[in-house]
Design a protein around this ligand. Structure first.
Ligand code: UN1
Length: 507
């Protein structure tokens, strides 16, 4: 059971304490290609006991890893970055096969991890704290960022390399150790990602992976007393459960949850540009991004023309296997997701929205073997409809009419989520008003709602999260704790706030 190979008979293994191991139960589960049902591999069906082992390994490794000088920890991350670059094409192809997104986007997903690895590698020589003057003589004060301990990383399938990298890399460079539980739709790629860290020379136990069901693996991990931080990306519903599980042991919890992101198009916008931005944001990744555009808020003067042109372009998008160059839009992740998306078409129609294009499961020829949904657009959507309020996580776009900028901003802000928003306008004053008033964590001017870069905070307001941000420097608010240090070199007991006489001495 403990042979140190990543796989046995095509059954992938978990990585715990530097060993590639089967689940203690010996059970596995299948990972399949959403484009055609092809078997990608079998992954260990981990359970409570596997999590216990992984957490114990991470806790033990923490004692040493936290003391490795941060620049040395950063060097491991630079090697991770280089290995990801060398393996980029192989990983991207596997990513497309296991998750479905088209190959250029799969390459982008891996690239995001490469970017993050270089950025966080560099943090090994920064991880800035600060000093400030102190109020007593012969005394020094500084604030340091301290590691916290074992971090549980629980990630979704839609960015199966990028999102784990946002969490694992800053956690490690800051001196924490990790137990990683990837989505059950993309376990094979997650295991390949962990192998990169092994090759880069990360010490045993510092990063562990346990694949398996959200209940047995995820819940055990999130409520485990030895886990100090939980970082989770997924649905708002599950996010609330994560917060509940983590609360009794007062864990730090970072939640990245749903979105209902909008693109505002003003009458004075460059319509060609807006069209490109909308199509890319709504139907890229088959609408399965938390940053995806699912609402267009169109000013009344251009709405009709915009809808006609969107309809023409969307109906020409080619569905297919993401590995084929001829494919514009890949499959959705699963049958269940396909059904969930189609339900919203019914909901939209029942609410009185006008179905402009799409609205159906596509089963032509080879597509019948996969989970394909036609890019869908609804016009005549009103802001309060479920179609305009609930996260669909698929290729479904709602067009809502707005009278003016104030109206558009109000409609944008009146949802339960607050991740990303965008405005297309050629009026610089309108753009700055939008920057001021759009109440989302990310705002784009004359660009779509997707494509955040790793050096800036990523996350959102309202139901999108719990106030944390990922990526950039913001990541360290999650993965470190402040330690304030006072050094008194006066040789006598000085009492802050009480011994104020030294001010008189100076006079
Ligand atoms: C997500 O959809 O969960 O900003 C992440 C973007 C990507 C990341 C999306 N860089 O669209």
């Amino acid at each position: 059971m403990h042979r140190n190979n990543i796989a046995r008979n095509n059954i992938a293994r978990n990585y715990i304490a530097g060993q590639w191991v089967d689940a203690l139960s010996g059970e596995t589960f299948a990972s399949t290609n959403p484009a055609n049902g092809e078997l990608i591999g079998e992954a260990p069906k981990g359970g409570r006991a596997d999590v216990e082992r992984a957490v114990a390994a991470a806790a033990e490794a923490y004692a040493k890893w936290r003391k490795v000088p941060a620049p040395k920890r950063g060097e491991v991350l630079f090697r991770v970055a280089a290995l990801l670059e060398q393996n980029k094409e192989r990983l991207a192809q596997l990513l497309t096969r296991e998750m479905g997104k088209v190959l250029p986007e799969a390459r982008g997903d891996v690239q995001e991890a490469i970017d993050m690895a270089y950025y966080m590698g560099g943090e090994g020589r920064r991880l800035f704290g600060y000093t400030a003057p102190v109020e007593l003589p012969n005394k020094f004060g500084m604030a340091l960022r301290d590691s916290i301990g074992v971090v549980a990383v629980v990630t979704p399938w839609n960015f199966p390399i990028a999102i784990p990298s946002w969490k694992i890399l800053p956690a490690l460079v800051a001196g924490n150790t990790v137990v990683f539980k990837p989505a059950s739709d993309t376990p094979i790629l997650a295991i390949e990602f962990v192998r990169i860290f092994e090759e880069a020379g990360l010490p045993p136990g510092v990063l562990n992976i346990v694949t398996g069901p959200g209940g047995a693996v995820g819940e055990t991990l999130m409520s485990h007393p030895a886990v100090k931080v939980v970082t989770f990306t997924g649905s708002t519903e599950v996010g609330k459960r994560v917060a509940e599980l983590a609360a009794p042991t007062l864990k730090k919890v970072c939640l990245e949850l749903g979105g209902k992101n909008a693109i505002i198009v003003m009458d004075d916008a460059n319509l060609d540009l807006a069209l490109d931005g909308i199509l890319w944001s709504a139907f890229g990744t088959t609408g399965q991004r938390c940053t995806a555009c699912s609402r267009v808020i169109a000013q009344k003067g251009i709405r009709r023309q915009l809808v006609d042109r969107l309809q023409a372009r969307a109906s020409r998008l080619r569905l297919g296997d993401g590995l084929l160059e001829t494919t514009d839009v890949g499959p959705v992740i699963s049958r269940r997701a396909l059904e969930g998306i189609h339900e919203y078409t019914g909901i939209g129609q029942a609410e009185g929205a006008e179905l402009v294009t799409g609205g159906k499961v596509v089963t032509d020829g080879d597509l019948a073997k996969g989970n394909f949904y036609a890019p869908t657009i609804f016009d005549g959507v009103r802001p309060g409809m479920r179609l305009a309020q609930e996260e669909i996580f698929g290729p479904v776009l709602s067009v809502i009419e707005a009278n003016d900028l104030d109206d558009a901003i109000r409609i944008n802000n009146e949802t339960a989520y607050g991740l990303s928003s965008s405005i297309f306008t050629s009026n610089v004053n309108a753009a700055f008003e939008a920057i001021r008033d759009l109440s989302t964590g990310i705002v784009y001017i004359n660009a779509g709602t997707i494509g955040a870069e790793i050096q800036f905070p990523f996350g959102g307001t309202r139901g999108t999260g719990n106030g944390h941000r990922e990526a950039g420097q913001a990541a360290f608010e999650v993965f470190t704790e402040w330690k304030s240090v006072y050094v008194d070199y006066s040789g006598r007991l000085q009492r802050a706030q009480i011994d104020t006489d030294h001010l008189v001495d100076l006079a």
